[in-house]
Design a protein around this ligand. Sequence first.
Ligand SMILES: NC(=O)c1ccc[n+]([C@@H]2O[C@H](COP(=O)([O-])OP(=O)(O)OC[C@H]3O[C@@H](n4cnc5c(N)ncnc54)[C@H](OP(=O)(O)O)[C@@H]3O)[C@@H](O)[C@H]2O)c1
Length: 319
Amino acid sequence: MRAVRYHEHGGPDVLQVDEIDRPTPEESEVLVEVRAASVNAVDARFRSGSYGDVSLPAIPGGDAAGIVAAVGEGVEEFATGDRVFAGGMGHDEGGTFAEYATIPAVKVAHLPESVSFEVGGAIPNVGVTAWMAFVEYAGLEPTEYCLVHGGNGGVGHAAVQLGTAMGGDVLATAGSEELRERVRDLGAVAAFDYDSEMLEDDILEETDNEGVDVILDHRLDDYLGLDLTVAAQNGRIVTITGGIPAVEDAPLQSKQPTIKGMAIANTPDRQPVLRRIARLVERGDLNPEIAETYDFEEAGEAHRAVTEGGYVGKIVVRP
Ligand SMILES: NC(=O)c1ccc[n+]([C@@H]2O[C@H](COP(=O)([O-])OP(=O)(O)OC[C@H]3O[C@@H](n4cnc5c(N)ncnc54)[C@H](OP(=O)(O)O)[C@@H]3O)[C@@H](O)[C@H]2O)c1
């Protein structure tokens, strides 16, 4: 089978297409004939060698949608021919930029007939992340204000739509007016320039100075100070990337905020959330955006596009 691989760490150009043996599913695994996969920000870090302990050669990709080609021992909920999608696999779990990928069954769910493989391959990682942040950790409630940093990104565009579907009033940031317009179209009640010096004031004004109840932060090193300033009393900040910087005059005692770090790797069983995401997509409450689709030979360009940003949603790769 054809598989994208990198034999050494480096820039996007280390990605190449190799002919390798088709894997065999082990116990509790599903062999998926991949029809579409997508790039997540972390994939570029695994590839460059700046994150994770990756054994080489490695196949990139942690999301996939396709058709079940075989199941390993003990797998009862999937059968050959089923349409499925799966996501959030780490660098130690194979890789989906291949014609076939073995995936732990706990990370696989059925893909509804009405949902395309491209959408199924785009949404798993970012959809599960947004769900865990808002539903599991923040407990977002209807009419609460929430702030999504980078509302056009993979996680961001899923979070804007999920927060809206949950009845929240979503404020978001994005880097250009064109992207902010698109983020408003996804449901955000307001979208601001993340580089604006007025960002804190604009967010507070939008909430009538009540502050934001829930914040989904993807760059805590840069934004903890702003988060604490714009947070409402007892606000909940969920962070998916970054450490805690020193923040002068943080209103910690007065506002009593909660700061919750999360990684979807800590929730290996993704089936329940993936099933909910499939229903949200089916009924039109979550519309994963596909900014561009590349084939395996263009995997390097796909990785480059994710590093450069400036689009809405996800970059998809197909065999
Ligand atoms: N902890 C977890 O479980 C988990 C799960 C998923 C993702 N993550 C991490 O979360 C982060 C986001 O993931 P993603 O898949 O959404 O990545 P992504 O698709 O590349 O999106 C990144 C977003 O950040 C925006 N951005 C760029 N510069 C910014 C700035 N100075 N201030 C605010 N926003 C800025 C981008 O805007 P432009 O397009 O304008 O550049 C884009 O909206 C990554 O670091 C990823 O590794 C963590």
